[in-house]
Design a binder for this molecule. Structure first.
Ligand code: PEP
Length: 247
């Protein structure tokens, strides 16, 4: 069964640090399963994507952006289009991460445009969805997830959806494992109702080497999106190693 392990470096890294990181991570990629059944993706700050692409060209690592713009080009200072990400060799792009929803006011209409831009550029979108603590306490989780997933109605190719409850991101707290499995199942069936197709459903939120095995062994979870624990090559490498053995 195909599984994914995705690093989200957020706004971290230096050009020298990335070279050291990849040199160290290489020793964790020797397992045959990493090449065949496990897809490892690193979503890096956009200024470092070309460097990362060069450093990983002989390795079984794909590179992804952390966001893309709603337009292909034009007077949008500081922005990066999906076409530009594809042009430098990215295969994936994160869309709708909770930090972008929170700090950049990205709502469903903006995010739907981004998904379409990603698809038109030949990128595979990784849509991040998940409820806030308040929404969870108000029993609004399902309604929130349905709204967030609804923007995928025109997606044609491969799609990844990461269930990331925002109260689990960077907090060291994760939902109960059974709840995660149930939510991933629910997302899969909502997506299927919407499009008639299957998507890969991942979990993200305080994943680390101690808890990753359960996710990688679960039939309902197609992989993990890792923030903090992907910042050091040793901890991300350990997660890859465990993922490869579990697969
Ligand atoms: C994330 O930012 O997508 C994330 C899951 O972060 P962390 O692993 O640090 O909770």
């Amino acid at each position: 069964m195909k599984k994914y392990i995705i690093a989200n470096w957020k706004m971290s890294g230096t050009s020298a640090g990335i070279a050291d990181y990849i040199a160290c991570l290489t020793k964790y990629l020797t397992n045959k399963r990493v090449e065949n059944e496990l897809t490892v993706i690193i979503c890096a700050p956009h200024v470092y994507l070309s460097t990362l692409k060069d450093l990983t060209k002989e390795l079984s690592i794909s590179v992804g952006g952390q966001d893309c713009h709603t337009h292909t080009k034009g007077a949008f200072t500081g922005e990066t289009s999906a076409e530009m990400l594809a042009d430098i060799g990215c295969k994936y792009v994160l869309i709708g991460h909770s930090e972008r929803r929170k700090y950049n006011g990205e709502d469903e209409s903006i995010l739907k445009n981004k998904v379409i831009m990603a698809q038109n550029a030949g990128l595979i979108p990784i849509l991040c969805v998940g409820e806030s603590l308040v929404e969870r306490e108000q029993n609004a989780t399902l309604e929130v997830l349905k709204r967030q997933i609804s923007i995928l109605d025109e997606v044609k190719g491969e799609t990844l959806i990461a269930y990331e409850p925002d109260w689990a991101i960077g907090t060291g707290v994760t939902p109960k494992f059974n709840d995660i499995q149930t939510m991933c199942n629910t997302i899969a069936s909502e997506y299927h109702k919407l499009t008639g197709k299957d998507a890969y459903i991942l979990y993200g939120g305080s994943v680390n080497a101690e808890n990753v095995l359960d996710f990688m062994q679960s039939e309902d979870v197609d992989g993990v999106l890792v923030g903090k624990a992907s910042l050091l090559p040793e901890s991300f490498g350990k997660i890859i190693e465990i993922g490869a053995q579990a697969n």
